[in-house]
Design a protein around this ligand. Structure first.
Ligand code: FES
Ligand code: FES
Length: 197
């Protein structure tokens, strides 16, 4: 017996698979979806809720473009099923700030020109917000290491690093002898291996 599933936005319903009701709290708003249980959080955001700020890069957990925050912790939303997050608070790039009041990281990315095409940027910013929440990165080397899951094909790493370091510095999260100053983070990030096909 086939069941009618709610289709992604803009597409007609199709008789495909059993679905279930999934309730998600995203950026402080409650949403109820009728979706196949294997729908990833990334697809739920993009295809069912039109929250397209979260990007799909590799869809295999290798690029970080799909990074969102779940209860303050960063995850790759392409590797996680929406149904697993019913009791969580999910935050996407759309929920970090507003056009009138950008988050400190969003503002720092603009101030440091920390993007070129911008495709990786929402994931970079959400990942950096997770980094802040974790409070583990105390030095530039640790920031480089702990942000290494977010690939930038445009190679904007040095400016991304500057933006993140500035916010960490302003938050007082760096250890004293690593206090960052503008222009200090001007070396290229170590090369990142491209995702394997
Ligand atoms: S799209 Fe999720 S890690 Fe690349
Ligand atoms: S700014 Fe283009 S991929 Fe990072």
């Amino acid at each position: 017996m086939s069941h009618v599933t709610q289709a992604p936005l803009g597409r007609p319903p199709v008789a495909l698979a059993p679905t279930q009701t999934v309730r998600l709290n995203i950026n402080g708003q409650a949403h109820t979806l009728q979706i196949a249980p294997w729908t990833t959080l990334l697809d739920a955001l993009r295809e069912y809720l039109d929250l397209t700020g979260t990007k799909k890069g590799c869809d295999h957990g290798q690029c970080g473009a799909c990074t969102v925050l779940v209860d303050g912790k960063r995850i790759n939303s392409c590797l996680s099923l929406a149904v697993m997050h019913e009791d969580s608070h999910i935050q996407t790039i759309e929920g970090l700030g507003t056009e009138d009041k950008l988050s400190p990281l969003q503002q720092a990315f603009i101030d440091h020109d920390a993007f070129q095409c911008g495709y990786c940027t929402p994931g970079q910013i959400c990942s950096a917000q997770g980094l802040l929440n974790e409070g583990k990165a105390k030095t530039e080397a640790q920031v480089r290491e702990l942000m290494s899951g977010n690939v930038c094909r445009c190679g904007a790493y040095s400016n991304i690093l500057s933006a993140v370091m500035e916010v960490l510095n302003n938050e007082g999260l760096l250890i004293e002898d690593n206090a960052w100053s503008a222009g200090a983070a001007n070396q290229d990030m170590p090369p990142v291996e491209p995702p394997k096909k």
